[in-house]
Design a binder for this molecule. Structure first.
Ligand SMILES: CC(C)(COP(=O)(O)OP(=O)(O)OC[C@H]1O[C@@H](n2cnc3c(N)ncnc32)[C@H](O)[C@@H]1OP(=O)(O)O)[C@@H](O)C(=O)NCCC(=O)NCCS
Length: 179
């Protein structure tokens, strides 16, 4: 049975396979042979960056941003990495527009089997147990019907649609889930 876990070296080989398969760590920036090679060159350093996230990060426009505290969780089955749930503990101006509290992605071979819906449900349980949040924001591109369904299946209520801050001409739908 699949479960949500803290990233661990035992899943690292499968994580690297997922990168080659088409799993991307960032919806806005697809992986490249170079970005995958960097993880492969030092998998333990990458793992450490997931367990102890740095407080700055390179934003989609290339500038350096202040990272809000966040937790990386992996959706796994036995030793197989299936996908991620990332939890931002609080919102800043940018995350209030695009990103929200929770982001998730499944590797291509794990899609269409209910994993994202189950992983988000488990992520919401993790938030209930670990953070003082009463409700969480999720944002999604209007064309991402599968993700919209994942959010709705977990009780998400659409409140507004705003211009995308990183992709001119695109929009981000805002959904809130009461915890
Ligand atoms: C969006 C994404 C997370 C969905 O993951 P998933 O594990 O396939 O989702 P689920 O299997 O839980 O399916 C959720 C819904 O999507 C739809 N869906 C999924 N796969 C489908 C398929 N192959 N054909 C038709 N509908 C499909 C279904 O409506 C399903 O709801 P249902 O079970 O009630 O029918 C996955 O496609 C992904 O990782 N995409 C890239 C990253 C991304 O977009 N992340 C979300 C950013 S907001």
């Amino acid at each position: 049975m699949a479960e949500l876990v803290v990233p661990h070296v035992r899943y690292m080989a499968s994580f690297l396979e997922a990168l080659h398969e088409g799993y991307s760590r960032d919806n806005l920036r697809p992986e490249t042979p170079k970005s995958i090679a960097e993880v492969e060159a030092d998998p333990l350093a990458f793992l450490d960056s997931q367990l102890n996230p740095p407080d700055t990060f390179v934003q989609p426009d290339g500038s350096l941003g202040q990272a809000m505290p966040w937790t990386a969780l992996w959706w796994v089955e036995n030793y197989r990495f299936l996908g991620t749930v990332h939890v931002r503990h609080e919102l800043n101006e940018s995350l209030s527009r695009v990103g929200g509290h929770v982001g998730y992605a499944m590797r291509p071979s794990a899609r269409g089997q209910g994993h994202a819906s189950a992983a988000l449900a488990a992520g919401l349980d993790w938030i209930r147990a670990n953070l003082p949040l009463k409700r969480v924001l999720l944002t999604v591109n209007p064309s991402n019907s599968h993700s919209i369904r994942v959010i709705q299946k977990n009780g998400g209520v659409h409140t507004q649609t705003v211009p995308h801050i990183w992709r001119p001409g695109e929009e981000a739908m805002h959904f809130w889930i009461e915890l």
